[in-house]
Design a protein around this ligand. Structure first.
Ligand code: NAD
Length: 514
């Protein structure tokens, strides 16, 4: 497949300067080490170079951060929720003021094209606004008591320290989803970002500390620890961490979930997806193809909600595949910071190797591959690929796994029940779509025996959720819900209170005692 590539990339010195300028404008004051220095190597997938070394937290520092957040919690939980909302409102204002700089860092570290990086920061702003409103709406219920002279009600209280572990592909938004909501709920936060995105994390920490100083909130309400798995494990195992909200691969969730459960901590897991779209004969194909291309090739296939499986009615499969392949040929691939680019780099060499392996396996399982070639952009350490479309004879083994790269497997169906069964036949349960103009098909897909995913859409793609809805998925995706709707309840504990304002002591269920 011939593709459009932009072969020139900015020099590593230019990228370093962009990162430094963005951090300075955001207000981060600290030292960045030279590449190869001690600590984390902050690299950019744009060229594959290390930009700086960044201090890594020791286990003692991680423990101290948890202790500080636990101490701050004793003050923060008693601060009125609307006052807590003022901190999040200020964070939102700072994000508006520094949207461009933070997006620059997202592009540098995660390789997102500028428009998607700006969109990620906008998502942070949106969730701040949502959380500020929420700070006046942490409602409990009043329940009719069966006993005269009694009032029965529910109160929601802060939980404690929330540990937040995040993945590389949404380096700032997932922190904001958790932190904005946790802070208005009266919790304090300790964040361990991906070891692949330490610079964006420094920027977010500078912004939340500025916001806290501006509104007079304790600086320790939100702490940052940097490092890999071992540092994350401090949050997993520490009983002072009341809720662990962890976003990443199913493998990570399988490791952390049981460990938190062992100590009876609460856990909120946002793990991998293997998202499908069904295209029916009645679909508006112009709309469907645009949505499919954005969902499958956008972010170079590195979203948890990326469209990975297309289940097309056999009568239109040839046409749909040919339209997608044509659209893929016109996708500009290259420097994500250049206007017009639509597909940036893969995050690292291992991601590229996973993609090559999956395409080889797909071929061996009977797949016909279009695209997927490495592009001649930059030097050996940058990994730019053409998105791939693979026509599969069935949902074979390779299709059941999430390969975090732009591979779209296409299967056919003849009967809608069969298509829904295929949608549900993978271990993950994050996002799903149907493209149809037949309301019976749409409603069937959304019904209890339809899609088994946490997100089920009609006539839009699988990716690009709004913050107002609860976000998350079932099965191996982990069952957690973040962001909008009533997801805030995961960040609080419920107390059921019964108040007797009578002079009698009636027992429930008519029990008499003495
Ligand atoms: P990853 O699992 O390699 O790492 C995610 C985070 O977990 C990192 O911060 C890492 O240091 C930490 N970690 C890994 N093992 C750990 C352990 N045993 N204890 C404590 N911390 C540990 O994932 P990644 O490659 O950064 O991100 C891609 C994956 O994340 C994909 O599977 C994608 O679908 C998933 N993801 C899911 C969502 C969602 O909301 N469902 C959102 C974004 C990404």
């Amino acid at each position: 497949m011939t593709t459009m590539t932009t072969s020139t990339l900015p020099s590593v010195d230019t990228l370093r300067e962009r990162a430094r300028d963005a951090l300075t404008a955001i207000g981060w004051r600290g030292d960045l080490g030279a590449p190869g220095g001690p600590g984390l190597q902050a690299s950019t997938p744009i060229t594959g170079d290390v930009l700086f070394s960044v201090a890594e937290s020791t286990t003692d520092q991680a423990d101290a951060a948890i202790a500080e957040a636990a101490q701050a919690f004793s003050v923060w939980r008693s601060t009125p929720a609307p006052v807590r909302g003022a901190l999040v409102a200020r964070l939102g204002e700072l994000l508006v003021a520094h949207k461009a700089e933070l997006a620059t860092l997202v592009t540098l570290e995660a390789g997102k094209i500028t428009s998607e990086a700006l969109g990620e920061v906008q998502e942070m702003i949106d969730v701040c606004q949502f959380a500020v409103g929420l700070s006046r709406q942490l409602y409990g219920r009043t329940i009719a008591s069966e006993r005269p002279g009694h009032r029965l009600m529910e109160n929601w209280h802060p939980l404690g320290v929330v540990g937040v572990i995040t993945a590389f592909n949404f380096p700032v938004a997932v922190w904001a989803w958790n932190t904005a909501v946790a802070l208005v709920c009266g919790d304090t936060v300790v964040w361990k970002p991906s070891e692949l995105t330490p610079l964006t994390a420094l920027a977010c920490q500078a912004l939340i500390e500025r916001a806290a100083a501006d509104v007079g909130a304790p600086r320790e309400v939100s702490r940052l620890i940097q490092g890999g798995r071992e540092i994350g494990e401090r949050l997993v195992d520490d009983p002072r961490v009341a809720l662990l909200s962890a976003t990443g691969s199913v493998r990570m969730g399988q490791q952390v979930g049981p460990r938190v459960a062992q100590r009876f901590g609460k856990v909120l897991l946002e793990l991998g997806g293997n998202n499908a779209a069904i295209v029916t004969p009645s679909a508006d194909l112009d709309l469907a193809v645009r949505a499919i291309v954005f969902s499958a090739a956008g972010t170079a296939g590195q979203r948890c909600t990326t469209l990975r499986r297309l289940i097309v009615h056999s009568s239109i499969a040839d046409e749909v595949v040919s339209r997608i392949v044509d659209a893929y040929r016109q996708l500009p691939i290259g420097d994500p910071g250049t206007d017009g680019t639509l597909v940036g780099p893969l995050i690292h060499a291992a991601a590229y190797r996973d993609m090559v392996r999956a395409l080889e396996q797909a071929g061996a399982e009977g797949g016909e591959v279009f695209g997927g070639e490495r592009q001649d952009v930059g030097d050996e350490s940058a990994y730019y690929v053409a998105p791939a479309v693979v026509r599969m004879p069935a949902q074979t083994d390779v299709v059941h796994a999430e390969t975090f790269a732009p591979i779209l497997y296409v299967m056919t169906y003849d009967d809608l029940d069969e298509a829904i069964a295929m949608n549900n036949a993978v271990p993950q349960g994050l996002s799903s779509s149907i493209f149809t103009l037949d309301m019976r098909e749409a409603e069937r897909f959304l019904a209890a025996d339809g899609s088994d995913c946490g997100i089920a859409n009609v006539n839009i793609g699988t990716s690009g959720a709004e913050i107002g809805g609860a976000f998350g998925g079932e099965k191996q995706t982990g069952g957690g819900r973040e962001s909008g709707s009533d997801s805030w309840k995961a960040y609080m504990r419920r107390a059921t209170n019964t108040v007797n304002y009578s002079t009698e002591l009636p027992l429930a269920q008519g029990v008499h005692f003495g």
